[in-house]
Design a protein around this ligand. Structure first.
Ligand SMILES: [Zn+2]
Ligand SMILES: [Zn+2]
Length: 143
């Protein structure tokens, strides 16, 4: 078992719980997503050397959609443009998205609203309160 396989073994057991079979495509897709903090497009996933020549983009799309529906993966960005995908981390993930080209950057700032989660949970009675911030602008390449 390699380091990468160890990283995704808990993801694979979550996938098993929701009835996903452990296929080579699923393992490779999770590996690509686990290897980077930067959100990736479906095209970037399918271009991973992990898949070799046997890559079927339609299968990968179905897998990623199922992972997204089950909140293992988060989809970011405008629906009309190439969507970006990343694993949901335990902590908040805040992003900066270009309005023109749709590129996504992970924000490395101290989260401005994290402290609100506990307060909102207490006031509302909700459990597992979390948030996602998406900031929009125009990137340097699109200026
Ligand atoms: Zn841009
Ligand atoms: Zn945040």
């Amino acid at each position: 078992m390699t380091q990468g396989d160890k990283d995704i073994s808990s993801l694979l057991s979550t996938c098993r719980e929701i009835g996903m079979r452990k296929t080579k495509t699923l393992v490779s897709t999770l590996r690509v997503l686990a290897s980077t903090r930067q959100p990736v497009t479906l095209q970037q996933i399918t271009e991973s050397p992990d898949f070799g020549v046997n890559c079927d983009p339609a299968t990968i799309y179905r897998l990623v959609t199922k992972l997204t529906e089950n909140r293992i993966v988060r989809r970011i960005g405008f629906h009309s443009r190439a969507a970006y995908y990343c694993l949901r981390a335990g902590h908040c993930q805040d992003y900066l998205i270009c309005r023109d080209c749709g590129s996504v950057e992970v924000l490395n700032i101290a989260c401005p609203v994290e402290h609100l989660e506990a307060q909102i949970a207490e006031d509302s009675g909700y459990a597992d309160v979390e948030h996602e911030l998406e900031f929009y602008g125009r990137c340097a390449a699109c200026e």
